[in-house]
Design a protein around this ligand. Structure first.
Ligand code: NOJ
Length: 727
């Protein structure tokens, strides 16, 4: 897909401008309208609208033949023959389902994420889709928000790296990507979807906008505006975001689409009085295409007639859409219903298995309870509905997912232990939300007869994703009671959590011996989890988001500011330790909660392995650099355990003094390496001045001279540290 300004310019000259010159106003407005498909057939009114040039894009039409007939009408029967953008939410796979994006983020593996997006693109293109509404790169620091499942978590650097990998995966394999939701949507107050966001401009720029800046630079085909109002101005009518930042500062050449009816919702926000004003504000702000609502179709012509809008503005926006179509090669395609490519399914499933395995995070492993050793295991209990539900393991966005491809953990565990050990299964609960404990007795008897038990608990997929927010993050229903009951039996209990978000695990953590956090792993949940349980692979996922102990700690994220009274283990006082009538000043006087301290349950970047990794000999190429110099950081990594494993090593930086206060740590690099037992490897990271830049008080991006501290290690609590100075 051409991105270079020169090739974009030549596309404009050769294709876009000549077309624009021939277009009537209704045809121009038509390009700016996206309509909802009928789902498998072409109703006459849709055919007529396409024929008349009143439609620029169709969403939610995934039947290859229907799409082909729509494209044929657009190309052969409409006056100018402009092909349609066919949009669909292809978010974590199409037929083959990969882990939810939050799970993919836990792999910290851009290469696998890119490959997964590539497979999704190829599968989706077979259904005629040429545009996906992904990646979702909203920074998400609130696990109550259901859409955290669709995100890459809390960190701008990790999100930027994985977001650009996904964009490459889609766009190198024939479909356009869409960066969403621009911007700040992840900061919905109290984690309630569609709700207000208030983000100071400096934080907006340094945190929330960074991934969008990265994908804009990487040539993402389109941006989608958010449902949220940001600092009082809804994102779909936000001139600051869409004009100043996106077009002027970033010089973004792609197109902008609204979210579903988010233009007409400007009125619901109380930002505009009616649809007509909504159309005016959205257009003025710079939303090129309207998704589903009809305010552009109904009002742009008369707004133009009244002189409130200029034709030059409309032309520029239509040009963005036509240029996107040209970049995606739509003008060069012949539209026939593609036949699905045979023979690729196996490869897709193998990729899904790898990504699912790398996305699982081992959070606890007491007494090396995992991996399970079949040689010593005569019987294993498997408990929980999520152990054997090919649908629930798939996750949130699975419109087109093929459940028949699912292999469940129970199936894979049975296959692995076939002829070696006995596997007994009890569902225990009908759903993750169930309050009915009548299945507990059966589960108890199954566990009593086994040497160990693997419990598959968590959330069904419908409990996360769009509009599915929770205020309580404990295991839903009576799952904690089940754990409690089973823990009394005294057998080793291994908890596998499938969920769309971080859950507060404190109530069950002490009652189980091991915890493997699997998110919603997708089609290949079974083989991926079974490989890890039986040690065919060592877990290597790391948390892309901080896990709170209790909901009241939210927001809790690793890259927070230092504050003037930072807490430390010495300053923390627990509520039960406060002497009666203690003097106000005798207690802590630092930033912590009396009942939860200040530390999370599990820090960002955390994840255990079946081996041990040691970091040592951290060295810097320079102790002083200038603003045009890079710094090379070296560290020795040793696999000092006795199994081969992969480790995600992480580089963090703190800018010790800034003209605006800087985060206590910021991820600036990471790499995944496989080491055999006893292997020692010297890892290299490079820090460029660009990596140290940030937006200052005047919202200028710059590098300030001063001292910086760095850390390298296996999570955000890394201790191996060094300092350097930027002159
Ligand atoms: C609404 C969601 O917010 C957005 O992410 C999605 O792409 C659109 N609907 C289209 O389905």
């Amino acid at each position: 897909m051409p991105e270079h300004p020169a090739s974009l310019n030549s596309l404009k000259q050769s294709l876009v401008n000549p077309l624009l010159e021939q277009m009537t106003l209704p045809e121009k407005i038509g390009q700016m309208c996206q309509v909802n498909g009928a789902g498998g057939w072409v109703p006459e009114d849709l055919a007529e609208a396409v024929r008349n040039g009143q439609v620029g894009s169709v969403i939610n039409e995934v039947d290859a033949e229907t799409v082909a007939s729509l494209q044929k009408i657009a190309v052969e029967e409409s006056r100018l023959g402009i092909p349609l953008l066919i949009g669909r939410d292809v978010i974590h796979g199409f037929k083959t389902i990969f882990p939810i994006p939050l799970g993919q983020a836990a792999s910290w593996n851009p290469e696998l994420v890119e490959q997964a997006a590539g497979i999704a693109a190829i599968e989706a293109a077979c259904a005629g889709i040429n545009w996906t509404f992904s990646p979702m790169i909203d920074i998400s620091r609130d696990p109550r928000w259901g859409r955290i499942a669709e995100s890459f978590g809390e960190d701008p650097h990790l999100t930027s790296e994985l977001g650009t990998a996904m964009v490459r995966g889609y766009q190198d394999n024939g479909i356009g990507a869409c960066a969403k939701h621009f911007a700040g949507y992840g900061a919905s107050q109290s984690g309630r979807d569609y709700f207000t966001t208030e983000i100071p401009e400096n934080e907006l720029r340094n945190v929330y906008l960074e991934p969008f800046r990265a994908v804009a630079k990487a040539g993402v085909a389109s941006f989608m505006t958010g449902f949220n109002d940001l600092n009082g101005v809804p994102a779909s009518g936000n001139e600051f975001l869409l004009q100043q930042v996106l077009r002027e500062e970033w010089q973004y050449p792609g197109m902008v689409v609204s979210d579903w009816e988010s233009i007409s919702q400007l009125t619901t926000h109380g930002f505009t009085a009616d649809d007509r004003e909504a159309a005016f504000e959205a257009l003025n702000a710079g939303v090129d295409m309207e998704m589903v609502s009809r305010t552009y179709a109904d009002h742009l012509a008369s707004l133009l007639e009244e002189g409130r809008l200029s034709i030059a503005k409309i032309d520029a926006m239509v040009a963005n859409i036509l240029l996107t179509k040209a970049r995606l090669g739509l003008f060069d395609q012949t539209f026939t219903a593609s036949v699905s490519e045979g023979g690729k399914q196996e490869l897709a499933l193998e990729q899904a298995r790898q990504l699912a395995a790398q996305s699982c995070v081992l959070l606890k492993n007491n007494g090396q309870c995992l991996p399970l050793r079949p040689q010593q295991l005569k019987s294993l209990a498997v408990i929980g509905q999520l152990a054997d539900d090919g649908y629930e393991q798939l996750g949130t966005w699975i419109f087109d997912g093929d459940e028949r491809l699912s292999e469940t953990p129970l199936q894979s565990i049975r296959a692995h232990l076939d002829g070696v050990a006995e596997v007994r299964y009890a569902k225990a609960l009908e759903t993750s939300r169930s309050q009915d404990q009548s299945g507990f007795d059966d589960a108890v008897s199954v566990v009593e007869q086994a040497q160990a038990a693997v419990l598959f608990l968590g959330e069904e997929s419908i409990l996360s994703g769009e509009a599915h927010c929770r205020a309580d993050l404990d295991l839903p229903g009576c799952q904690a009671a089940l754990v409690e009951r089973l823990s009394r039996i005294g057998k080793p209990l291994i908890l596998v959590v499938m969920a769309g978000r971080p859950l507060t695990l404190a109530p069950v953590l002490e009652q189980v011996d091991a915890v493997l956090y699997a998110w919603h792993p997708g089609s290949m949940a079974g083989p991926a989890i079974s490989d890890l349980l039986f040690g065919l692979q060592s877990p290597s996922g790391k948390l892309p988001v901080t896990f709170p102990k209790v909901v009241g700690q939210i927001p809790i994220f690793y890259n927070h500011k230092h504050g003037g009274r930072p807490p430390s283990p010495e300053t923390v006082v627990h509520i039960d330790e406060i002497p009666v009538r203690a003097k106000q000043t005798s207690l802590g006087m630092s930033a912590f909660h009396l009942d939860a301290g200040y530390q999370p349950q599990f820090p960002f970047g955390f994840g255990l392995s079946y081996t041990r990794f040691d970091y040592r000999h951290l060295s810097l190429s320079h102790t002083e650099i200038t603003a045009d110099q890079s710094l090379t950081i070296e560290v020795e990594l040793e696999n000092s355990g006795d199994v081969a494993a992969e480790e995600v090593s992480q580089l963090y930086v703190r800018d010790l003094v800034g003209s605006v206060t800087r985060p206590v740590k910021e991820l600036k690099g990471f790499q995944r390496n496989r080491l055999l037992p006893g292997d020692v490897k010297t890892l290299q990271f490079t820090l460029t001045p660009e990596d140290l830049a940030f937006y200052d008080r005047k919202q200028q991006r710059l590098v300030e001279p001063g001292r910086f501290q760095i850390w390298v290690g296996g999570d955000s609590d890394a201790e191996l540290t060094a300092e350097f100075e930027l002159k």
